[in-house]
Design a protein around this ligand. Sequence first.
Ligand code: BJW
Ligand code: ZN
Length: 246
Amino acid sequence: MNQEISVSEKLKSLLSKGTKVVVLTGAGISAESGVPTFRGEEGLWKKFRPEELATFDAFMANPELVWEWYEYRRKIIEDIKPNPGHLALIDFQNHFDKFDLITQNVDGLHHQAGSENVIELHGNIRRNKCIQCGKKYESLEGTIEGIPPKCPCGGNIRPDVVWFGEMLPQDAINYSFAVSQDCDLFFSVGTSAVVHPAASLPLIAKRGGAYVVEINISPTEITHIVDESLFGKSGEILPSLVKLFK
Ligand code: BJW
Ligand code: ZN
């Protein structure tokens, strides 16, 4: 559905080519593609405890369980496709002279949609790495079968995602801080904005003088600090925004 939306005059004026734009996305943007979110009524973590699954300690304590959980998640996303929200961001990329897309998502859907230079803050669930030598695996070719598979060096293979208590990829977070600090218009899309350091980015943008817009189906932790909230599905709101400049 591509209906008209009501946005402020300020936002309309900022939708011009020369505006420096940053978009931060979270699980909500992929919800309409059929990927479960983490928190909330339908969230993955209603059924699973994150500390039992999304930490390195959990993996060390029970590598089989954690590996199986990620295999289950990979099955869910095997045949998914980008939705109109992901696709609208291609129009953003083509329209604005300076545009950066930062995602917390590990599903690779922005890339699949055709977005370029996507900053993946929390890794990618389709990729793996060895816990011992750090070798990255785009597929399981070259590993030794098992649950989890093993690297020829003897180390267990784990998904190449960022778990709680782990550092985010240094280049990715440094770049994200820099562009958020320096942009004119920042969109926080489909994220509960509770997981740091990603959740700091809208605040950094705001402090740097950017106009901060949130797109979400419901209020979040940052609703009270943003300049404008657009409540609704990102798969509907983002295409409606595109209509305002295309
Ligand atoms: C829709 C919609 C539709 C639905 N349209 N909207 C500062 C303060 C407090 C704590 C910390 C802090 N700094 C660091 C921490 C600790 C921790 C943290 O943040 N904890 C908080 C939860 C309290 N952070 C870390 O540990 C991070 N590492 C770190 O800081 O390293 C430095 C360090 C190291 C050692 C010691 C100390 C510091 C790492 C965080 C890694 C997060 N990893 C996960 C799992 C990835 C792998 C996997 O997929 O399994 O990443 S957790 C999970 O949450 C996942 C997500 O990327 C992340 C964010 O979730 P997201 O995307 O916001 O999803 P939801 O479900 O929460 O929200 C969805 C939203 O969409 C909702 O609002 C819906 O309403 C909305 N929605 N449909 C629009 N159609
Ligand atoms: Zn190895």
